[in-house]
Design a protein around this ligand. Structure first.
Ligand SMILES: CC(C)(COP(=O)(O)OP(=O)(O)OC[C@H]1O[C@@H](n2cnc3c(N)ncnc32)[C@H](O)[C@@H]1OP(=O)(O)O)[C@@H](O)C(=O)NCCC(=O)NCCS
Length: 182
């Protein structure tokens, strides 16, 4: 059970985990670029492959910059971070989504570090991302997942995602429709 306490600003809350750790759930900031690069070095090759769908050896400064500079009109990204000033805080999880230009659909991605996993944080991040997508009145959100990623496939199924064929072999597209069609 995660205890959640709003911090009075949009999308910001303090989380108290069962193991006693405290985290801030908050929008990603440009100051998170360097902590994100550091967090990347702590990931296992498996975590990297599951998140980025292919091996990646480094998060370059340019990539980190792109991942931390969000256009709020079309993009959304929350981090799970230590309750310290941004830039000093370690980042242990990220959920992000971006609207495909000219559509009402968004592509999402998520990562919760193995140091924080299996406590419901992945589910919480996904629910927040879905809340954003509904506020944006999107039709659907989708993401591509490796077919062996049962953890993510199960999590998505519990949140009402359906499985579709992906464009590339070895992947599954998961998609959740957000509007009733009549
Ligand atoms: C997939 C991923 C996001 C899941 O994150 P997570 O924080 O572990 O997710 P949750 O804790 O919400 O759920 C995971 C499991 O823990 C269980 N769980 C949730 N809260 C729990 C608790 N308090 N105690 C014990 N188990 C718990 C869930 O029931 C779920 O179990 P299941 O897989 O048997 O259904 C994470 O493993 C990850 O980042 N993987 C690498 C990147 C990736 O795969 N990204 C997806 C492609 S974009």
């Amino acid at each position: 059970m995660i205890h959640r306490r709003p911090l009075g600003k949009p999308w910001q809350e303090e989380l108290a985990l069962e193991d006693g750790r405290r985290l801030w759930l908050r929008p990603i900031l440009p100051a998170d670029a360097e902590p994100l690069r550091q967090a990347f070095t702590l990931l296992t090759p498996e975590e990297v492959r599951m998140r980025f769908l292919h091996p990646l050896t480094e998060l370059t400064p340019a990539m980190a910059r792109r991942l931390t500079h969000i256009d709020p009109r079309t993009q959304f990204a929350l981090v799970l971070a230590e309750p310290e000033p941004p830039g000093e805080a370690l980042v242990g999880g990220v959920v992000r989504a971006a609207i495909d230009t000219g559509t009402k659909r968004a592509d999402f991605a998520i990562l919760v570090s193995r140091f924080l996993a299996h406590q419901g944080l992945g589910t919480l991040l996904m629910r927040q991302m879905l809340r954003w997508a509904k506020l944006k009145r999107l039709d659907a959100v989708y993401g591509d997942v490796l077919q062996e990623n049962l953890q993510m496939l199960n999590l998505a199924q519990q949140l009402g995602f359906r499985r579709l064929a992906a464009d590339e072999p070895g992947r599954v597209r998961i998609e959740k429709a957000l509007v009733e069609r009549g």
